[in-house]
Design a protein around this ligand. Structure first.
Ligand SMILES: NC(=O)c1ccc[n+]([C@@H]2O[C@H](COP(=O)([O-])OP(=O)(O)OC[C@H]3O[C@@H](n4cnc5c(N)ncnc54)[C@H](O)[C@@H]3O)[C@@H](O)[C@H]2O)c1
Length: 365
């Protein structure tokens, strides 16, 4: 660990150099908390995403692996957090299909490792601090599998994961719940829908569309683009996580989403439409002409949609950013940050994955 904490609320964020994690860290630091960013800086972790906080005394780094019990234990014990947000994960569905082992290791075993270290730390706290401590397991709506109708997932929906990614997250959630039931560890599980916004890794759907469009390449769309995803602007997700930490009764889990279910093809059209006006092609043609339908992903869930009624009614959370505003901000951000990130080592640290094929790559989860 590079530096010790200062007094005040101390919050540990695993995966804090990733897409959602970096927004969460920024939000927490702006709220005045001291934050330990625990991240192994895999291909998906970028320290540069937090460059704006480089001079902040509130941000501390621990570059370690969440699967290393000794490292996790030592980080927690020396930083002494009041809350831990657990986001460190392998997050790309296509990669999980190519190489599931690292997903089981990071997402499931890494979570068990964190739960185990948190439990011994929590047991050693004095009663007042033990009462305040919370661990938030940040999960996904993909654990519920697919919907074939117009309904939505809610907190009681049955887990039925389809991909190795969602199975590894589902297993992690089960462990988190078991630590709550067996040991009383104050864990919340949040299951959010698809996030979008600045700093998302270029392999994910919206950055892929932008990158391919601007490079004059085909924009790949799985199947006929009819799969539906429910979109949430990343800062709204982070606010929801903070509300769960601050406002929820212990032991409650929450679905997080903005009631914004959209077909993938409509997402592609919306991004092309924005690019047509923000970065028009010299021949005045639409970027839509670059769309190419490609072979569908195996086990591709048809529809995800979530019902956020509980977090809205119990905690008063609601999304602040509309789809139109959020998508415009996102596209504008990528246009202004075309070199972010230097695409480092798209292969995993263990070399399990293929180099994504730009002709067919397209995460549409
Ligand atoms: N992106 C979404 O739409 C979405 C939706 C719901 C839930 N989630 C969950 O939110 C979390 C963050 O997602 P994201 O999109 O920001 O992912 P991301 O891939 O952008 O970031 C993951 C971060 O975890 C770090 N990491 C990976 N393996 C690690 C390890 N072994 N030890 C320590 N750090 C490690 C990476 O370096 C990276 O900084 C994940 O748990 C994901 O399942 C994501």
């Amino acid at each position: 660990m590079e530096s010790r904490h200062v007094d005040g609320s101390r919050v540990m964020v695993t995966g804090g150099a990733g897409f959602i994690g970096s927004h969460l860290v920024r939000n927490l630091v702006h709220l005045g908390h001291s934050v330990l960013c625990f991240d192994k800086l895999s291909y998906a972790g970028h320290r540069e995403s937090l460059d704006d906080l480089a001079s902040s005394s509130k941000l501390h780094w621990c570059i370690e692996d969440v699967c290393d019990p000794q490292a996790v234990r030592s980080a927690i014990n020396s930083f002494a957090p009041t809350a831990i947000f657990h986001l460190a994960a392998e997050s790309h569905v296509d990669r999980s299909i190519d190489g599931p082992l690292v997903f089981a290791q990071t997402n499931t075993m890494g979570t068990v490792c964190l739960l185990d270290a948190s439990l011994s730390y929590w047991k050693g706290l004095d009663p007042a601090r033990r009462e305040r401590f919370r661990l938030i397991q940040v999960s996904t709506d993909e654990v519920y599998g697919e919907l074939m109708d117009e309904s939505s997932f809610h907190e009681q929906s049955r887990y039925d994961p389809s991909s190795p990614y969602s199975a590894s997250k589902a297993a992690a959630d089960h462990f988190a719940r078991s630590f709550r039931r067996t040991y009383g560890l104050p864990v919340h599980i949040t299951n959010s829908s698809n996030n979008y916004g600045p700093f998302q890794h270029p392999e994910k759907l919206i950055p892929v569309i932008i990158r391919h469009a601007l490079a004059g390449q085909t924009i790949p769309v799985y199947g006929q683009g009819l799969n539906v995803r429910d979109w949430l602007y990343v800062t709204d997700h982070c606010q929801a996580l903070i509300d769960v930490w601050k406002k929820s009764a212990p032991g409650e889990d929450y679905i997080v989403g903005a009631r914004c279910a959209i077909r993938n093809l409509d997402v592609v059209h919306a991004v092309c439409h924005l690019l047509d006006s923000l970065s028009p092609l010299v021949n005045a043609e639409s970027y839509r002409n670059q769309i190419q339908f490609v072979k569908d992903r195996p086990g591709h869930d048809y529809r995800y949609a979530v019902d956020p009624d509980k977090i809205m009614s119990k905690l008063g959370w609601k999304p602040a950013v509309t789809w139109e505003d959020g998508l415009r901000k996102t596209v504008q951000w990528y246009l202004a940050h075309s070199s972010w990130p230097r695409i480092k080592n798209l292969e995993s640290s263990k070399g399990v994955f293929r180099e994504p094929n730009l002709g067919t790559e397209s995460d549409q989860s």
